[in-house]
Design a binder for this molecule. Structure first.
Ligand SMILES: [Ca+2]
Ligand SMILES: [Ca+2]
Ligand SMILES: [Ca+2]
Length: 196
């Protein structure tokens, strides 16, 4: 006995059998056989992560409709996915005395969670014009695994004195306090994390 065929109605929702998408029937013309539908898909990034150096990318959306008599029809359209620029918020920096160390805090926001970022600090120091430059990992990868964690540290690829020295000073003080051997200086390249 053949299974009973479902009768579709406008507003019916059909779950995808291969991902989490839902297809909604938006119109049915019984005279012509035309069925309108609506379905959604989230694009986590413009183009292939981790970034492809373009501010927007065009994805081709292909649809194939196969009937139960071995024949099918296909068509395609496109969607342009725009990158969203990061924004930066900075807190005011407490005053310091000469020979002191300024501490900068702030945040950046980019809804493109697969985007990796280069964070550059121009300190405006008239006696040291070298920027601090950091390659910071994306928040997550395409499968949803976190690739950036609170407490991760990144070393400057351009200004070792202002970052490594300060980090090493802190570590030296910490190691003295806790009695461990001082951590030797590391000068890591862009994007590398302190992992010792
Ligand atoms: Ca792109
Ligand atoms: Ca992007
Ligand atoms: Ca972005």
């Amino acid at each position: 006995m053949r299974p009973a065929r479902r009768r579709w109605h406008v507003g019916d929702a059909i779950n995808s059998s291969t991902d989490s998408a839902v297809l909604t029937i938006t119109s049915i013309n019984a005279a012509t056989g035309q069925v309108g539908f609506s379905v959604q898909h989230q694009y986590l990034d413009d183009g292939l992560a981790l970034g492809n150096n373009t501010t927007s990318d065009t994805s081709t959306i292909g649809v194939t409709v196969a009937d139960d008599d071995t024949q099918s029809g296909s068509n395609s359209t496109t969607v342009v996915v725009h990158n969203v620029a990061p924004t930066v918020a900075l807190n005011s920096v407490p005053n310091i005395s000469e020979n002191g160390v300024a501490t900068l805090t702030g945040s950046y926001t980019d809804i493109g969670k697969l985007d990796a970022h280069t964070l550059t600090v121009d300190w405006g120091d008239p006696n040291n014009s070298v920027d601090s430059t950091f390659a910071v990992s994306a928040i997550q990868n395409a499968s949803g695994t976190a690739t950036l964690h609170v407490g991760d540290t990144f070393t400057s690829s351009t200004d070792s004195t202002r970052t490594d020295d300060y980090v090493d000073q802190c570590r030296y003080r910490a190691s003295r306090f806790f009695g461990a051997a001082p951590v030797s200086r590391r000068r890591s390249g862009a994007g590398q994390q302190h992992d010792e």
